[in-house]
Design a protein around this ligand. Structure first.
Ligand code: ATP
Length: 343
């Protein structure tokens, strides 16, 4: 693996990103030649949600109101959004040899997502999130990562041609951290534009997680863990973004702030900028961060001529649309639902 380690100096394509300018022409040319727009590497999870008046106590059995199964998993949600906007997407992941896994692969096929690099594990179930929601809207969630943790370096090597053929690769952390690290190195080796959605955020991450990706995308709580700065609003998010650029050597940092929009900045030395969202009455914010990241991947891969600032505003708009409807992937807008001229 030694030859895969990318030092910051030799790190791919560009070292500095101007936020108000299109990305340099050589990046643009390189990206437009690619066969796949975005390759997503990360988690596939089936959400199993039970609704009940109150949570059962330990040892108690309750009869609830309603059950719903839904497609989830961060990277999978992001792939679904990018595909709904019209990107050519591929997924690198693992499912179990079970009904949930087969259902997920059929679902991806129906969205036009390339599933050639989704392997089936025989030793674990498809990832599952067991979600309880009580009548007050409070939830309790137990996530079983299952087959996602069976991903191996060989899975990444088997997908290397797909990664190299992609304009951008998005890596999430609902898998073994060493496999995610290996994926980042492979993306770096092929100089593919690399977006890291560092979620869930582990306590310790190798410096490559910060300095190799072209974009480091996290929410408030992940930014707090990564920096030790309590991120609660736009000002503290700017401090955290600056910390990630100056101390951790991230190239471009984007921190989402829920109803407060997002903050972004880069190593070009310019300002850290707050992009507010339009005020709306949210119906269900589940998956809003994935809607943002999927849109980010879409615009980053397909429109390298757009300034980062414009991209972040568009991502906020797409994510805000997703909070107006219930569900996760079901709430993600498709290209046809976007306002005229949005893309
Ligand atoms: P989740 O875990 O629910 O998927 P997250 O914490 O990863 O979300 P957030 O920062 O909450 O991500 O939200 C991502 C984006 O979604 C925000 O940047 C914003 O554009 C949009 N958004 C989220 N909540 C709201 C809201 N209440 N009103 C308007 N936009 C919202």
């Amino acid at each position: 693996e030694g030859n895969l380690l990318i030092s910051r100096k030799s790190s791919p394509v560009h070292s500095s990103v101007a936020l108000d300018q299109p990305r340099p022409q050589e990046i643009f040319d390189n990206m437009l030649e690619k066969k796949i727009d975005i390759c997503f590497i990360g988690g596939i999870i089936m959400d199993m949600t039970s609704y009940m008046d109150a949570f059962p106590k330990p040892g108690e059995t309750k009869v609830g109101h309603r059950f719903e199964a839904g497609y989830g998993g961060k990277a999978a949600n992001q792939a679904a959004l990018a595909a709904k906007l019209g990107a050519k997407c591929a997924m690198v992941a693992r499912v179990g040899d079970d009904a949930n896994g087969r259902s997920y692969i059929d679902h991806f096929r129906s969205l036009g997502i390339n599933v050639n690099n989704i392997r089936t594990s025989d030793k674990s179930s498809t990832g599952a999130a067991n979600i309880w929601v009580d009548d007050s809207g409070m939830n309790c969630i137990c996530v079983i990562l299952g087959a996602n943790l069976d991903m191996t370096k060989q899975d990444i090597l088997d997908a290397e041609d797909t990664i190299a053929a992609s304009a951008a690769v998005v890596i999430g952390l609902e898998l073994d951290i060493d496999i995610a690290h290996f994926a980042i190195q492979i993306a770096g080796k092929h100089k593919v534009q690399c977006l890291l959605n560092a979620a869930p955020m582990p306590k310790d991450m190798h410096e490559d997680f910060f300095c190799i990706p072209d974009v480091f995308n996290v929410n408030e709580s992940e930014a707090s863990i990564a920096t030790g700065i309590a991120v609660t609003d736009a000002e503290s998010a700017k401090l955290a973004a600056r910390h990630l650029v100056e101390k951790k050597h991230c190239k471009t940092v984007i921190i989402t702030l829920g109803e407060n929009g997002a903050v972004f900045g880069s190593n070009d030395g310019a300002q850290f900028v707050h992009v507010p969202t339009d005020p709306v009455k949210a119906v269900d914010t589940t998956g809003a961060g994935d809607a943002f990241c999927g849109a980010l991947a879409f615009f980053w891969a397909k429109y390298p001529d757009l300034p980062v600032e414009t991209i972040v505003k568009k991502c906020c708009d797409v994510a805000t649309m997703s909070v107006l409807k219930p569900g996760t992937q079901a709430s993600f807008p498709s290209r046809e639902e976007l306002p005229e001229g949005f893309i």
